[in-house]
Design a binder for this molecule. Structure first.
Ligand SMILES: Cc1cc2nc3c(=O)[nH]c(=O)nc-3n(C[C@H](O)[C@H](O)[C@H](O)COP(=O)(O)OP(=O)(O)OC[C@H]3O[C@@H](n4cnc5c(N)ncnc54)[C@H](O)[C@@H]3O)c2cc1C
Length: 459
């Protein structure tokens, strides 16, 4: 079909103003928070599940590829419209459809921001556990696509542990309901297959999530260390002790300085590492746990510790952590966020190995990460106008993933594979595993139109 006819048909489905087709408009959608870029064929803003289904049915019939997009904050190229595919933009599907407190469930459209849901739940005494640092702007559809994590996922699990159902548009445009408000649905776990599949197997148009009661008490502490490995060891020791805090987050000196310059969160500039420890739950027993944690910090050479005195001080500590990626923009024009996971006991070894990679490739590397999950986020700083430096960045990124894999971990904790980590997949999967993934993809999307070229490396 000619481009003009495709445009006309898309306009018929969603209305003329809801299709972008001019080069200048399309350029805004050629990138996400990863490194790769490609200009889309069209961008289509959908407002209902039925519109998504009709658009997908039409594109599938024409053999034109498409990609679902929330806010485009994914860090792995997941929303890059390869082959000039069509971007299906879901940000206007942003209604909270139901908050069902007795059943502790909420039904939302995919374009709802994570923080919008949290803000709707907080006055009711409830919250949604997965809280990516990008929660102000990332959508629950994008969280679904990436199986997003966040600081609170240490204790409560990642997105897949909190999604109970979804209305889905399959790659041929058929709609289906997977899961329900009840637990333990029978049959193969198709919903589980979809969550974290980076929009390669279908598009969620409604999402049913678990919500939880807000804890009776929250206690937030900051521990300051003279080296990063000691902070990593402390994390491993706290959990070995049988204590599961709500969060254990680490930032190194480069990140501390960037955050302090940009938002004055109250971190000491001379610390080599800070560890944010948050306990939540019943008041009973919390002081004893906090005391035991302080002893463990002491055993690992902590320089000092302090407690957030009130909600405002707690909010400052978290604002610093959540704003860390943004603050890095002060240090270099671009950065690559690596995302690998290791068993917690291997954190000190992984951190030293990452430092050596930075030295080997002469690159500045900062660290800010969900330490409790063993989920590292080394940030490699660079200038993308320098091609030679870019090459070193790619090599260093892959080497960091290999370190994680060799230590018994994996190549993504939460940011997905997208286009950027395709080369890393053979580090953790055998050829036969990848073939099985491709067979699943082909069974669900035989024409290969649904976000092609992501997650599974081509032979
Ligand atoms: C500063 C910063 C901090 C971040 N912190 C975290 C963090 O703490 N934890 C974390 O996990 N991530 C983090 N991220 C990464 C990113 O925010 C998450 O991956 C987030 O889930 C993406 O949401 P989005 O709305 O931007 O999705 P997009 O980037 O638009 O899409 C992400 C993927 O999901 C697919 N998708 C989108 N909508 C749907 C849908 N309705 N159905 C099916 N598939 C869909 C897309 O095709 C794509 O493959 C961070 C990113 C930044 C820039």
């Amino acid at each position: 079909m000619e481009r003009d006819q495709t445009l006309k048909k898309l306009q018929e489905i969603v209305g003329e103003p809801n299709v972008l087709w001019k080069d200048v408009d399309l350029a805004v959608f050629e990138y996400d928070a990863g490194l790769d870029k490609e200009v889309p064929g069209f961008v289509v803003f959908t407002r209902t599940a039925e519109e998504v289904a009709q658009v997908v049915r039409f594109l599938h019939g024409e053999g034109i590829s498409f990609v679902a997009r929330g806010s485009g904050t994914n860090l792995s190229g997941g929303t890059i419209p390869l082959n000039r595919g069509v971007v299906i933009e879901l940000s206007r599907m942003n209604r909270i459809l139901e908050i069902d407190l007795p059943n502790e469930r909420a039904m939302i459209e995919p374009g709802v921001y994570n923080l919008t849901l949290q803000n709707a739940l907080a006055p009711l005494g409830y919250y949604y556990a997965p809280d990516p640092a990008s929660q102000k702007v990332s959508t629950l559809g994008g969280n679904f696509g990436e199986n997003a994590g966040g600081p609170h996922c240490l204790k409560y699990g990642v997105t897949s542990n909190h999604i109970l159902g979804a209305e889905v548009v399959w790659p041929n445009g058929e709609k289906a309901w997977l899961g329900s408000k009840a637990v333990d649905p029978p049959g193969p776990d198709l919903l589980g297959l979809l969550v974290g599949s980076e929009g390669t197997l279908g598009i969620a148009t409604k999402i049913l999530v678990r919500i939880m009661r807000s804890p009776e008490r929250v206690l937030t502490m900051l521990a300051i260390f003279k080296n990063l490995e000691d902070a990593g060891q402390t994390v491993s020791d706290i959990i070995s002790e049988g204590i599961i805090p709500a969060t254990l987050e680490i930032m190194d000196n480069m990140m501390i300085r960037a955050v302090e310059e940009s938002m004055h969160a109250g971190y000491p500039l001379d610390a080599e590492a800070v560890l944010i420890i948050e306990l939540d739950g019943l008041s009973d027993g919390m002081e004893e746990q906090a005391q035991r944690i302080l002893e463990i910090c002491g055993k690992n050479g902590v320089v000092s510790t302090r407690r957030a005195k009130d909600a405002a001080e707690r909010a400052d500590l978290w604002a610093g952590r959540r704003g860390a990626f943004g603050a890095v923009a002060r240090l270099a024009p671009s950065y690559l966020v690596c995302d690998g996971t290791v068993p917690r006991t291997k954190l000190p070894a992984a951190l030293s190995a990452v430092k050596k990679v930075g030295q080997k490739y002469n690159l500045a590397v900062g660290n800010v990460f969900h330490a409790g999950d063993g989920n590292l986020h080394p940030l490699i700083l660079f200038d993308d106008r320098n091609a030679e430096e870019m090459e070193r960045v790619h090599k260093a990124g892959l080497e960091i993933l290999k370190i994680c894999a060799d230590l018994g971990g994996t190549i993504s904790g939460e940011h997905g594979i997208g286009t950027e980590k395709l080369k890393g997949m053979p580090l953790v999967f055998r050829d036969s595993d990848l073939e099985m993934m491709q067979s699943l993809k082909t069974a669900i999307d035989p024409k290969g139109v649904c976000n092609p070229g992501k997650v599974i490396p081509r032979a």
